[in-house]
Design a binder for this molecule. Sequence first.
Ligand code: F6P
Length: 328
Amino acid sequence: MSNNPITRIGVFTSGGDAPGMNAAIRAVVRSAKYYNLEVYGIYRGYEGMIQNDIKKLENINVGYILERGGTFLKSARSAEFRTPEGRKKAYDNLTAHNINALVVIGGDGSLTGAHLFYKEFGIPSIGIPGTIDNDLSGTDSTIGYDTACNTAIQAIDKIRDTAVSHDRLFFVEVMGRDAGFIAVNAGIGSGAAATLIPERKMPIETLIERLKSRAKAKKQSNIVIVAEGGKSGGALEISQKVKKFLPNYDIRVTILGHLQRGGSPTSFDRTLASKLGVAAVEGLINGKADVMVGVINNKIVYTPIKKAIVDDKEVDEDDFRIAKILSQ
Ligand code: F6P
């Protein structure tokens, strides 16, 4: 908890962009104005804080961004902010602008930076979970995750047209860094033959058995979803191993990559981002600091940043079981 009265908030996006970040910025600016606070946009995350790339934001500046992907404040991963000298420069620039509270929108790396900065300089900060990976505890969903899952499913539906037409086996790699949330969701939503995620090891023999039994069941097509970051390798590596067991299969690999990070946010992500933006500002006004705001069971929840980044969020056991049942 902080006792400082908040008068001027700095808001920034950091790390990988995620659809819905703009909606969150808009909500921070508009709610700050509603409560008669000033807001400054810090461009390119911690990098802009160090480079003094900081500009005042008004309601007018955040019009027509709610529906847009990416982040109009831009984003970056800053190496300099990892150094004490870099963080001191950032602090001096914030002080020169009389910024006495921060809202950081980003993933675990961005929130780790905010936690460290708060410990060193005491400027109250609140994190908003913005990452397609959904790998933060303290919230049921991170901003961008729902859009990324929808994008992945739409892409896989298209790939299936070719898989069926040519009797091909496709390996589709999805993002998620070292977490399998997008993969499991896309696996269920697109009717995958199997879903390989970093959190669970699936021996290659099990996968081969699954594919053989689907062949017996005269399945029209096979799409295997592979989460990046798996210990047995990505889609390319897995496909090469499978080819050795099933030399007659016509195999193709598609890596969905950054297309999962772009595009207009879904209704779910826009609403989530808007709620979290308002809750972040209200949290600061109510003296909260060094916490991440999330939504759990439809209720706003504030979790210490340290807990949100340290506690491992698990892929839901039921989701994984359902994906397996439906892949037979
Ligand atoms: O954290 C979001 C994410 O898209 C991950 O899913 C992925 O591993 C990583 O960022 C890619 O990072 P970059 O855009 O820096 O290549």
